[in-house]
Design a binder for this molecule. Structure first.
Ligand code: HEM
Length: 368
């Protein structure tokens, strides 16, 4: 299978093209002091290096528990694995004496107007892991390996699994509302675009300079009320989103790749002013710096208590500044027509740590 290098100025799994399978998991640190926290990040880094490199698993004698779960057999395949490690605002509370080192941009996810998070057990966390690979068993293998090696230092709080459907027939894959999702994204393969929109830049100085080269990660678990959605006319669905369902084209275009021209339609006669794509990205000079990199996955976790499908989107986006980007977009989307069909139920804000280099360097080395 293919391999993505885990070392570099930025972590893998952010501007990496999306793999087919993902798990998002949050953990609370139970290590009791700074030395324990440092050891945790060293262990995490060692496991990320070993898992993404692939190769033979260590041999084990018959009388000991095996060093490897065995899920992938005797040779780890690589399989496009990326593990992206983030930290939440709660890590900077009094426990580890890191309060002064917390970047100002790292906040706790608030409750937004249309959220359904009362009683949710899937919120926040000290550490986030985004594990992505070309197949589900590789993701699960990595999660079990990391959880086993970090048992005494961090404890899982919540976990959400996602899958990326194959594109049908081409272009972006479809989400569970039947619409192509991921069509319009900032061109982050261009380092100038990524530096302007994705990586934490010069804003961090002094005590928070360690965060440079990271990226703010927003995770939102958003249920889709698909039984309800399936009773809505196609025209209403398309005006809610602002794109054609079949082709993915904007309402004023014919192909998925056509850029919508909202300036030519100031009253919203073609693309309603409250359609999802128009609110999310009005394409004005003032909103260009608010663009986000979405990297979400569909989820399916069976039925709820009354027999409705519990399906939706593990929304994930990366940005340089949560307030300037995600929150600006989220506030514009508040009350959009789509809110009747989707229910955010959990998630959190994290800072995906800066990348790490070879040798003894490790994740969060600049913080600890
Ligand atoms: C675009 C669906 C939640 C931000 C789109 C598109 C669809 C879609 C179908 C058009 C295709 C594309 O360009 O990718 C949904 C659904 C959601 C959801 C079903 C909830 C379950 C969100 C949230 C945000 C967001 C929470 C951010 C706060 C965006 C942005 C675009 C977009 C920025 C691109 C707009 C553009 O540049 O044209 N979404 N979305 N979406 N969505 Fe969402």
């Amino acid at each position: 299978g293919r391999r993505f290098p885990c070392e570099g100025p930025h972590q893998a799994g952010i501007t990496t093209q999306q793999q087919a399978a993902a798990t998002f998991a949050a953990f609370d640190v139970i290590a009791s002091d700074r030395a324990g926290l440092t050891a945790l990040f060293r262990t995490l880094t060692d496991r990320v290096r070993a898992l993404t490199a692939g190769g033979p698993v260590p041999a084990t004698d018959l009388v000991s528990p095996p060093a490897d779960s065995g899920l992938l057999g005797g040779v780890l395949p690589g399989d496009g694995l990326t593990v992206t490690v983030g930290v939440g605002a709660s890590l900077f509370d009094e426990r580890f004496g890191l309060a002064a080192r917390k970047p100002a941009g790292l906040t706790t996810m608030p409750v937004f107007p249309d959220d359904h998070v009362a009683g949710s057990t899937e919120l926040h966390g000290d550490i986030s892991l985004q594990i992505c690979a070309d197949s589900r068993d590789t993701v699960m293998h990595a999660l079990r390996d990391i959880a086993k090696h970090t048992r005494g230092a961090m404890q899982p709080v919540w976990k959400a699994d996602g899958f990326l459907p194959a594109p049908r027939p081409d272009g972006a894959p479809r989400n569970q509302l039947g619409f192509k999702d991921g069509t319009s994204q900032p061109a982050v393969a261009d380092p100038r675009v990524a530096d302007a929109l994705i990586w934490t830049g010069d804003a961090g100085t002094g005590a928070t300079a360690w965060a440079r080269g990271g990226s703010y990660q927003v995770i939102r678990i958003i249920r889709m009320l698909v039984e309800f959605w399936d009773r809505v006319s196609l025209q209403e669905q398309e005006t809610m989103i602002g794109r054609r369902r079949d082709s993915g084209a904007p309402l004023d275009g014919t192909r998925e790749s056509d850029p919508p021209d909202f300036a030519a339609d100031p009253r919203g006669l073609v693309t309603p002013l409250d359609s999802h794509i128009r609110l999310a990205n009005p394409r004005t000079a003032a909103t260009a710096a608010q663009r986000i990199l979405r990297r979400g996955y569909s989820y399916d976790r069976g039925l709820d208590a009354v027999g409705d499908l519990d399906v939706g989107l593990v929304f994930c986006c990366y940005q340089q500044d949560v307030r300037r980007q995600f929150e600006a977009v989220q506030h514009r989307l508040a009350g959009e027509p789509l809110v009747d069909y989707v229910q955010p139920t959990g998630g959190g804000y994290f800072l995906a740590l800066p990348g790490f280099g070879p040798g003894a360097d490790h994740l969060a080395a600049g913080l600890l």
